[in-house]
Design a protein around this ligand. Structure first.
Ligand SMILES: CSCCC(=O)C(=O)COP(=O)(O)O
Ligand code: MG
Length: 238
């Protein structure tokens, strides 16, 4: 089916890093902040049940390895592992609360998200960052609190982003039809998985991040271009 003969997009599922928020913000600001703050979190909040639950999960995944050592290994590898992502979210909460962290989105993102939500599209997030971290990042942007534009937030509890089953779970949870959903990501393997689950896909290839456009999914450099390609309300037209 060509775009013209496909049913209208009713929902947009969005990755964060490299899609709505620069890779540089995540890697140069968020990750170093967490790397510095995690040892203190483990030391001073090690008896907090929420922290203990993540330490138990680290022990399950990496038996016999000291939790901090394992977290550092995962951070070195940029591993998308749920206990690391949960603990990073906990330390970022403090950074957002005291103003040390504020998210800068790509300039085309806020107009598009506001326009699409106002037009009745259902918007949801799917990121390796924990749901708590997602709500923090969109709740503390340089353009204010954007979290209310989203009807859903999904993380690794749904499964890995390169696994088609994760997208089926999200679509079921949101009570969407897969063919009505457009998934946006910079990572081709994630788009492949979403397409296998029947979602429509578009790669966001941000030149400033050096994203290499693939050849197997439609490609756009901004969300305004996504709007034009998929017949969504255009942020500059409202
Ligand atoms: C929720 S903001 C931090 C994002 C993060 O921790 C990460 O690993 C990026 O993952 P994504 O799935 O958004 O590429
Ligand atoms: Mg990404």
């Amino acid at each position: 089916m060509t775009q013209a003969t496909q049913p209208p997009v009713r929902a947009v599922l969005l990755d964060i890093e490299g899609t709505t928020i620069p890779v540089s913000f995540v890697h140069d600001i968020l990750f170093p902040y967490a790397r510095k703050a995690l040892p203190e979190l483990l030391r001073s909040h090690g008896d907090d049940p929420a922290v203990q639950a993540q330490i138990a999960e680290i022990a399950r995944l990496a038996p016999g390895v000291a939790p901090l050592r394992q977290l550092e290994a995962w951070m070195d590898a940029d591993a998308k592992v749920a206990p690391l992502k949960a603990l990073q979210g906990m330390v970022w909460a403090q950074g957002y609360a005291d103003g040390a962290l504020k998210a800068t989105l790509y300039p085309d993102v806020v107009p598009a998200l506001r326009c699409w939500a106002a037009a009745g599209l259902a918007l949801a997030v799917y990121s390796s960052g924990s749901v708590a971290a997602q709500k923090l990042i969109y709740g503390h942007t340089t353009e204010g609190d954007l979290s209310s534009v989203f009807v859903g937030f999904y993380d690794l509890q749904m499964g890995g982003k390169r696994d088609a089953e994760s997208y089926r779970r999200i679509v079921d949870d949101a009570r969407w039809n897969a063919g009505d959903v457009l998934f946006l990501s910079d990572v081709v393997a994630e788009l492949d998985a979403a397409a296998s689950a029947g979602l429509r896909t578009c790669q966001i290839a941000r030149p400033e991040d050096g994203t290499r456009p693939g050849t197997t999914h439609p490609v756009a450099v901004t969300l305004a271009e996504v709007a034009a390609r998929f017949g969504l309300p255009h942020p500059e037209a409202v």
